[in-house]
Design a protein around this ligand. Sequence first.
Ligand SMILES: [Fe+2]
Ligand SMILES: [Fe+2]
Length: 367
Amino acid sequence: MTQSPLETARILAVDDEATNLRLLERLLHSVGYTNVTTTTDPTQTLPLCQAADVDLILLDLNMPGMDGYEVMRALRKAAFDVPPAVIVLTAQGAHDFMLRALELGARDFLSKPFERNELLMRLRNLIEAQLAQRFLHDQKQTLQSLVERRTAELRDTRLEVVQRLGWAAEYRDEDTGQHIMRMSRISALIADRLGWGSRDVELMLHASPMHDIGKIGIPDAILLKPGRLDAREWATMQTHTTIGAELLSGDDSALMVLAKEIALTHHERWDGTGYPAGLAGESIPLAGRICGLADVFDALTSERPYKSAWSVEAAIELIHDARGSHFDPEVADAFLSAVPDIETIIQKYRDPVADASTPAQSLASNE
Ligand SMILES: [Fe+2]
Ligand SMILES: [Fe+2]
């Protein structure tokens, strides 16, 4: 026959008199409780409760060494998911003893010699309440982990969507999507090195893939032109920043606000020679300065229709040389301090056909 949860409830009896414990144990077993532990050593109460989830303690008050009050104080200080319920058993029937015990957290009180049925009924009530509490606690935990799992799933989906969106924008001129993966991770790494909090670093990881979303609005004849762009074509190419900002505007979520800022400012330069606004120094949002560097670095080390790939060393040298002119010196330093991790990112998200050769063309690409 299967036992009811009530009968398997964990009960601990603590009394310095072994005879009392034997009596209690016999009584509890006789009505079906199977999970009963006893101890004559009050100092063992807390360790026993911590070792297993005890539901209920039958606690003697008058014990040498450590009395029932001290046991309750120790229990109170300890952290339990669901603290055990305490029934105090004592020969002292005086009112103030009872009050003091209740004050210290005892849930019920019985004077010795106790009446068998009264003890069993009170015990049963308390165990029922205790099991209900444990059930609620477990359910809360289950719900909490469910919420955490769902939130993580949403976060992953969001990253997937924004990466694919970024990839869609670059699909015509860079069809592997690996640039987005590397550039966003390098941007997040630089932000981390600059001391951004983990939430902002994650935002950077999710917002930066959309930096070139505005390329959607650039005609093929310009975006895919193999040679140099003339002045008009170049002006049109530059509008991928403002088009991107427009596409990403109108939503005040932190992610979209950051994505818009990056789309608009990732081609500005520290010395004011960038586009679209020719902003200089700290008037360029930091996120734009970070992504601008990560984007240039990755574009240099990747093969494009109009240029072969630079070696990582050559690209690092360029970043170093352009520190304070093209790039914010602090952002460049953060990048340079992270080179080993950046190399790991490049390895991990390598283009299917990798080709590293010597510097072939100047930084002025078709972008
Ligand atoms: Fe761009
Ligand atoms: Fe890019």
